[in-house]
Write a protein that binds this ligand. Sequence first.
Ligand code: IPD
Length: 237
Amino acid sequence: MRSARPAGPAEQKGAGDYVTDVDRASERAIAETLASAPEIPVLGEEGGGADGERYWVVDPLDGTTNYLHRFPAVGVSVALVEGGKPVIGVVHAPFLGETYVGEKGKGAVVERPGVEPAQLRVSELPPERGVVGTGFPFRHKKMLPRYLGVFRRCLERFEDLRRPGAASLDLAWVASGVFEGFFELGLSSWDVAAGALLIEEAGGVVTDWEGGPGYLSGDILAGSPEVHAELLAIARG
Ligand code: IPD
């Protein structure tokens, strides 16, 4: 990523919600690749609509605000969802040179140029040593009271919190033990589907804020089993 240069023009879709030519070009490139299996529809942040038994879900540029500000936590997220659950997940971090790949029942790895892929495993640090990622509900201010109560209790319970700004990468970092957990409200399925599968394949737990399987709704708690249990207890109040 070059410095001292704007990242390019952006259109505003809503409060704090931008789309750039790079979002659109990335989604087109991914859709062209996925078109080799035309029977599987594509749900994409910037265009395609799909649901049903089996579909791809694509965030072509997760962390568009980061991209616009030249902050390098930016992801590209692609998942295959079957029967309401992700079964394949890929998160690519173009400015960090990392690609995370997982398949249901087969584990998950991180690939870096020039080195052997490394198996992903969630952290074993106890909650009081945990650094937990989060994202603010900046587009859903009505969620603030609920979110801020949980935020406060998490800051009390864990060692520290982080807000890098690209949920797919936050989840990949939980899967690889960089973060011990993650919580956010009001995301979309394309932000979370791939990263959630990586965590499950790395021995972690992912649920919605009630402890159910509905995290594709965008309300998500994730972590090592121990940290996830703490997050769930906090979210349930
Ligand atoms: C956003 C990022 C951010 C999260 C937002 C998402 P986008 O994705 O994942 O971390 O807090 O809620 O919408 O819009 O840049 O693809």
